[in-house]
Design a protein around this ligand. Structure first.
Ligand SMILES: O=C(O)CCC(=O)C(=O)O
Length: 276
């Protein structure tokens, strides 16, 4: 049975975000959360910097991309059938591909995540793309909860905010683009997954707790979506040399749903090496 009913779908279409309850059982959260913890620790093992020594961007979160490629134990999460099915249902499509996965671990004392839209970072022509945001211990307002400007995916705004290197990134939620609509901050219970549309303005709160905010995310796009004319270089299309205007189909962006139960794609064979 599809985990997304008509009401959740309508809320996603109206607000540009929705929390889908009970997608992961407690034992899955524990096992898959531990797998992502190990993968993040391996990628970060040589990083001895304190939070204060890190860049402004890294103070928002530690980002580890495509753990599914390097860490087999993460694959059952990135290609989790119910989460992929929920994403396809929210987008109203028969099949979705993975753009990429990433762990976003906000350290104790980590700063807010600056407001942005995701679509500006991806050379995908179509904008019906969705991120699944999975907090292994749930999320809390004092521990890095996400906030979304409801309806902003329909404001007609396409803005690139440089949250990576700009010392004072443009304030999308404080600017005229937000039309005075305040972000709604959401506490996600453990086992639930928050989904947001690629055009939704979003932010996250600082982590004022003494615990790591442990989050894994997957970005999904409709099978058949094409490489956009504009857009920055991006490994998800560049590794497989997808030409502009062509469908984004390669083993770098495998079908995430539907898949056979317990069947996960092998890592791409292009020799690309993520830092371990
Ligand atoms: O986890 C965060 O703080 C930000 C997440 C985010 O921007 C995203 O998933 O698109």
């Amino acid at each position: 049975m599809c985990p997304v009913d008509a009401e959740l779908r309508e809320r996603f279409q109206r607000d540009g975000f929705v929390v889908v309850p009970d997608l992961l059982a407690a034992d899955e959260l524990e096992r898959l959360g531990a797998a992502v913890d190990r993968a993040v620790a391996r990628r970060r093992e040589k990083d001895r910097r304190s939070l204060a020594e890190k860049s402004r961007y890294e103070q928002s979160f530690l980002q580890c991309i495509n753990l599914w490629e390097t860490d087999e134990a993460v694959r059952p999460l990135t290609f989790h059938a119910r989460i992929g099915q929920a994403a396809a249902s929210l987008l109203g499509v028969d099949a979705v591909r993975l753009w990429h996965d990433q762990a976003l671990y906000k350290e104790p004392g980590g700063r807010e995540t600056d407001a942005h839209q995701d679509q500006a970072y991806w050379p995908i022509h179509e904008t019906e793309n969705v991120s699944a945001w999975i907090p292994f211990a749930g999320s809390t307002l004092d521990g890095g909860a996400m906030g979304y400007v409801p309806g902003s995916h329909r404001f007609g705004v396409r803005k690139f905010v440089n949250i990576f290197t700009d010392p004072e990134p443009y304030d999308l939620v404080g600017g005229p683009e937000s039309r005075g609509v305040e972000p709604v901050f959401v506490e996600v219970p453990p086992g639930s997954v928050a989904f947001h549309h690629a055009l939704t303005f979003h932010v996250s709160k600082p982590n004022k707790t003494d615990r790591m905010r442990r989050v894994h995310t997957m970005i999904f796009f409709a099978d058949g979506a094409t490489r956009g004319k504009k857009g920055p270089p991006h490994f998800a299309v560049d590794r497989a040399k997808i030409p502009v205007g062509e469908p984004i189909r390669s083993d770098v962006t495998p079908i995430a749903w539907p898949r056979g139960e317990g069947e996960f794609p092998p890592p791409p064979s292009d020799g690309f090496r993520w830092l371990r």
